[in-house]
Design a protein around this ligand. Structure first.
Ligand code: FEO
Length: 405
């Protein structure tokens, strides 16, 4: 299903809803689905198409473009980012446009030509754009802004001064298939924040400092932004500050005081016993706990776990020693935290259980310390909880709570 709607005057949104992708990038669980947004600026001097959709929707993309401009009028195609969720429909689209009698000039970062030509085995009529370069089209002058690592090195944005609109590709995007396209069609958008944070940490987490840099670059460019048009999710034309604020908090790693994320694996229940004790003590101290588990009965979603870490004031990790190392499920989780959710200075408590040798706790502690966390522990038990271990856990929880509030 797709939407072709006017954002403002001659700037149009083309959005397709993808409820079928269950693992975005083959990695992240997204039961809520995702949208791919492209845009068209239709002028008397020809039309500019900004990005496309994922390849499986290529034919539908061609039809959507035709709803807002004749293909023969397509004069430019701007590619903000090479990833296939935005370029997959490009080969089919260019073929259709050429058959309609136009041979559009493709614009983008110098790197994108090689990426796209290699991915799809096509040749582009291409012009690289420089950071800050402008292009006069119709009554407006498009301005291209380099925003590297949001989310690949070649990523750019386009500013449309006529409409004070910033077309931002992945940045300011989110998971989910919102029931409406624009922020002004919703009374309350608090439900959307979790989809933004999950998407941002999953996809851009490693590069979150570049969000801060991009925001500063946009601010210092002296441009007025009244519309934010991302490539995933809601388009912002009533209150762009809502999505800017979420991304600023994501980029800066702003914490919610008193929020603790607990992640553990338990093979036979020994680690779970420790975690139950720790969670009870945390809650007695008034902290809010969100728990993710990898057990015989349940495996939590990695995409949600990373999203919740975005503003957590503290982290608790519970882990078993397995074959002399870290149980593989938690080895993967800790690796993801180090890649996507490294928050220097945040406190973390490591607890664990072992059968014959306590090695997992130390390995996890080293990995989290390397990622910047200030680690308490490890506190590990050989099987059942003892009063002595409970006392050590209580002291560790007290220390963690003081740092998290
Ligand atoms: Fe939505 Fe990095 O692609």
């Amino acid at each position: 299903m797709h939407i072709a709607k006017k954002v403002v005057e001659n700037l149009h949104l083309l959005r397709v809803d993808d409820p079928d992708t269950r693992f975005f990038e083959g990695l992240w669980e997204i039961p809520e689905g995702i949208t791919y947004n492209a845009y068209v600026l239709a002028t008397d001097e020809g039309s500019v198409v900004f990005d496309t959709w994922k390849g499986r929707y290529a034919d539908e993309f061609v039809e959507a473009v035709k709803e807002v401009t004749p293909l023969s009028k397509v004069r430019y195609v701007v590619l903000h980012h090479g990833e296939p969720d935005h370029t997959g429909a490009l080969p089919t689209f260019l073929k259709a446009v050429r058959e309609a009698g136009s041979d559009p000039l493709v614009l983008g970062h110098p790197m994108i030509k090689g990426m796209v030509e290699s991915m799809y085995g096509i040749k582009l009529r291409f012009k690289p754009v420089k950071d800050g370069e402008t292009l006069a089209v119709g009554d407006t002058e498009l301005r291209f802004i380099y925003t590297p690592w949001l989310h690949w090195p070649e990523t750019i944005m386009t500013y449309v001064p006529e409409h004070e609109a910033l077309i931002t590709c992945d940045a300011f995007g989110a998971y989910s298939i919102p029931p409406k396209a624009f922020d002004d069609e919703f009374d309350d958008l608090r439900w959307y924040e979790k989809h933004v944070m999950r998407y941002a940490v999953n996809v851009i987490g490693k590069f979150r400092q570049h969000v801060v840099k991009a925001l500063e670059k946009i601010r210092s460019a002296g441009i007025k932004v009244s519309v934010i048009a991302p490539s995933h999710g809601i388009v912002w034309r009533r209150d762009p500050s809502f999505i800017i604020d979420i991304y600023r908090r994501f980029g800066e790693g702003t914490v919610t005081k008193g929020k603790v994320v607990v992640i553990y694996s338990s093979m036979y229940g020994f680690v779970e016993n420790i975690i139950d004790h720790v969670v009870k003590e945390l809650e007695l101290r008034g902290l809010t706990v969100t728990t993710f588990r990898f057990t015989e009965y349940e495996h939590s979603r990695l995409s949600e776990l990373l999203g919740e870490l975005a503003d957590a004031a503290a982290l608790v990790v519970g882990v078993s020693t397995y074959e002399g190392g870290v149980v593989p499920s938690m080895e993967h989780v800790v690796n993801l935290i180090a890649k996507k959710a490294a928050y220097p200075g945040r406190p973390a408590l490591v607890v664990g259980a072992y059968g014959w040798a306590p090695t997992a706790g130390r390995i996890v502690k080293d990995a989290l310390t390397k990622a910047g966390y200030e680690v308490i522990g490890p506190i590990e038990v050989k099987g059942a909880l003892t009063d002595e271990v409970k006392s050590a856990l209580n002291a560790a929880v007290r220390e963690l709570s003081e740092k998290a509030t």
